[in-house]
Design a protein around this ligand. Structure first.
Ligand SMILES: *[C@@H]1O[C@H](CO)[C@@H](O)[C@H](O)[C@H]1NC(C)=O
Ligand SMILES: *[C@@H]1O[C@H](CO)[C@@H](O)[C@H](O)[C@H]1NC(C)=O
Length: 219
């Protein structure tokens, strides 16, 4: 779609968006299953025609098994956000599953739009986050099976399997689209110039280039 077409679409749809915003205060709807082919607003996707919604729209089977942990992190996350599970649209909820081989870790990352709560269902993990207040204090805890921990919205956090068996963690979010930004990928997994990464992180350029090679970055 060209930018002209996009602009035209925006102008055409804007009155309806405003109308639906106002009508939502008087008309309660039970649900708004996402039409992922429709446009996205700050409050979610447009709704799929309710006549076409079935019970299957409210069920997601993608977390029954975990993703393959044979990778550089020895860990893998499987998301169940609105993009995979359209029934979550507008409900301020999402989930994920993380699987860890011994020694595996989900690298430092943030969810800019949501807090997260994790629940250890198998093995144990060491999890933590870094305070956003100027102290940069780190809050870390080794969690055993059955324990839960919360990571406040937007703060950098991680989970690592420091045990000797596999670990499985389920996560829930307070937003159907929590967003995710991996710190390592943001620095070394793209074309952010090595010169600027060095300048903005104090990591020497040789190390930056090494990490870019490892994480698929260039520049
Ligand atoms: C949705 O339902 C309507 C009638 O209820 C039907 O005409 C239409 O083809 C359906 N759309 C899809 C995508 O199934
Ligand atoms: C996981 O991925 C590795 C490497 O790609 C592969 O050798 C292995 O068969 C996969 N395991 C499963 C269970 O799919």
């Amino acid at each position: 779609m060209s930018s002209n077409q996009r602009f035209f679409l925006l102008i055409t749809l804007l009155p309806f968006t405003i109308l639906s915003f106002f009508s939502s205060t008087s008309l309660a709807v039970d649900f708004c299953v996402a039409d992922l082919n429709g446009y996205q607003t700050p409050s979610g996707y447009v709704c799929k025609n309710p006549a076409n919604v079935t019970a299957d729209d409210f069920v997601f089977s993608g977390l029954i098994t975990g993703a393959n942990t044979s990778n550089i992190n020895k860990a893998a996350a499987t998301p169940a956000t609105v993009q995979q599970f359209p029934g979550l649209n507008g409900l301020n909820l999402a989930a994920a599953r993380a699987d860890f081989a011994p020694g595996g870790a989900i690298p430092l990352h943030t969810h800019p739009y949501s807090s997260e709560m994790i629940y250890v269902v198998e093995g144990s993990v060491t999890a933590g986050f870094v305070s956003g207040i100027t102290s940069n204090k780190v809050y870390v805890k080794k969690l055993k099976k059955g324990e839960i921990m919360v990571f406040p919205q937007g703060l950098v956090h991680f989970q690592a399997n420091t045990g000797s068996e596999n670990a499985v963690v389920f996560a829930t979010f307070g937003n159907a689209d929590p967003g995710v930004q991996m710190i390592n990928a943001a620095l070394f997994g793209n074309d952010f110039s090595s010169f600027l990464v060095e300048k903005t992180t104090n990591i020497d350029q040789a190390e930056v280039r090494k990490l870019k090679k490892l994480l698929g970055g260039s520049g």
